[in-house]
Design a binder for this molecule. Structure first.
Ligand SMILES: NC(=O)c1ccc[n+]([C@@H]2O[C@H](COP(=O)([O-])OP(=O)(O)OC[C@H]3O[C@@H](n4cnc5c(N)ncnc54)[C@H](O)[C@@H]3O)[C@@H](O)[C@H]2O)c1
Length: 366
């Protein structure tokens, strides 16, 4: 069995799981974990029985592959250093901060001729994998990605933090250029946008509504798709794919309640589900979670020297749409007058309080 010497750069909330999973693969020697915070590096290194580092430079010449889960502002410099040395790279999403940086990483990977993968993890969600096996011509998509506030990823807003997952999934699903982007978003804690709604139109005629919030009380990650072939709903948390399609008889003959007698019409509501509309649910809860799937895929591509499922170009395409959404968010006028301040931090002064603050106020939103 070929063994790979692998390093992880950035072992915070997510990177520590990269390190843990990689350390458990039988064909991996985890040669070190890097974190700017020495205590965090030491803690994760101890758990994973490897060496802690506070900078990545000394690992560049030793690694056969690297996984980068440092904050987004560091993705470009760290990935570029490894790619220049011919080391295959998996970099967390978003690929980096700017399209110019993304192009630079794509060029470096091509020059080195090594696999370069971007961590759009939901592509490895078994429910989405199941959906892509089927013919579906998406015409309307609704994606919701809500998470509680964590105080992490504050170098970016919820478009690059959360919505970029659904942007990448949409690109993979719809496979058509985006022709129009509208969006509105607000910053609740200041700095970057914390909640955004976007409407994308594709050249194929598909329309998508995306909502992302990182200040929700409860997590929700789901996508609903309307297509001529039927309806598909994915719950990314439970990894469940739910599908509905017209029965052959309904497709052939249609449904004509006006020609039915009263008794047949009364039976309709019981007959619709299962008879006229066929339902199928696929439970994607398999042995491995999507992070394990994603890391395993990366290592297999490194060993075989083949292009990964989610390429640098895919990461760049998702970033390009995210930038168009951010431009729409920043130029949105809350008063209808574009001369007034625009964008997520320029919400108008509140007209009053929705309710009185005090001991009766509930904690946690619906
Ligand atoms: N794929 C996903 O679903 C998903 C989920 C969460 C986060 N992410 C991405 O993963 C990355 C990390 O997010 P997180 O939530 O783990 O953040 P985090 O803040 O918990 O962890 C980042 C870690 O990187 C360390 N660090 C900072 N600068 C560094 C540097 N120059 N070199 C090495 N380490 C450095 C920090 O000390 C911290 O421990 C971000 O790019 C984020 O967008 C992806």
């Amino acid at each position: 069995m070929t063994r790979l010497k692998v390093a992880v750069v950035g072992v915070g909330h997510l990177g520590q799981h990269h390190a843990r999973i990689l350390a458990a693969f039988p064909d991996v020697d985890l040669i070190g974990v890097v974190d700017a915070n020495p205590d965090q590096a030491a803690k994760v290194a101890k758990t994973c029985r490897t060496r802690p580092f506070t900078s990545f430079e000394s690992l560049v010449s030793l690694a056969d592959a690297v996984s980068i889960a440092a904050p987004t502002i560091h993705h470009h410099p760290v990935a570029a250093a490894f790619l220049k040395a011919g080391v295959p790279v998996l970099v967390e999403k978003p690929i980096c901060q700017t399209l110019a940086q993304a192009d630079d990483l794509i060029r470096l990977a091509a020059e080195a001729g090594v696999p370069f993968q971007v961590g759009h993890i939901e592509r490895f969600n078994p429910a989405f994998e199941e959906l892509l096996k089927r013919p579906i011509t998406s015409k309307f998509v609704e994606a919701e990605r809500h998470g509680p506030y964590t105080g992490r990823s504050v170098d970016i807003g919820c478009v690059l933090d959360l919505m970029i997952h659904d942007i990448d999934l949409l690109i993979a699903l719809v496979r058509s250029p985006v022709t129009d982007v509208q969006a509105v978003g607000a910053a609740v804690f200041g700095g970057h946008e914390d909640m955004v709604n976007a409407r994308l139109t594709f050249a194929s005629g598909c329309v998508a509504h995306l909502t992302a919030s990182r200040i929700a009380a409860r997590p929700k990650r789901r996508m609903r798709i309307w297509a001529p072939e039927g309806y598909a709903g994915i719950d990314f948390v439970t990894r469940r794919l739910h599908m509905v399609q017209q029965s052959d008889e309904l497709r052939r003959n249609g449904l004509h309640p006006e020609r039915m007698d009263a008794a047949a019409r009364a039976r309709l509501k019981d007959d619709v589900w299962g008879h006229h509309l066929e339902v199928m649910a696929v439970d994607g809860n398999r042995k491995w979670d999507q992070l394990t799937n994603e890391l395993r895929h990366f290592l297999d591509c490194v060993k075989a020297g083949v292009t990964p499922r989610v390429t640098g170009e895919d990461g760049r395409d998702a970033l390009a749409i995210a930038e168009r959404i951010l431009t729409a968010v920043r130029t949105h006028s809350w008063t209808g007058n574009p001369a007034d301040p625009t964008g997520p931090t320029a919400m108008p002064t509140p007209a009053g309080k929705l309710f009185e603050s005090g001991k009766d106020a509930a904690t946690g939103a619906a």
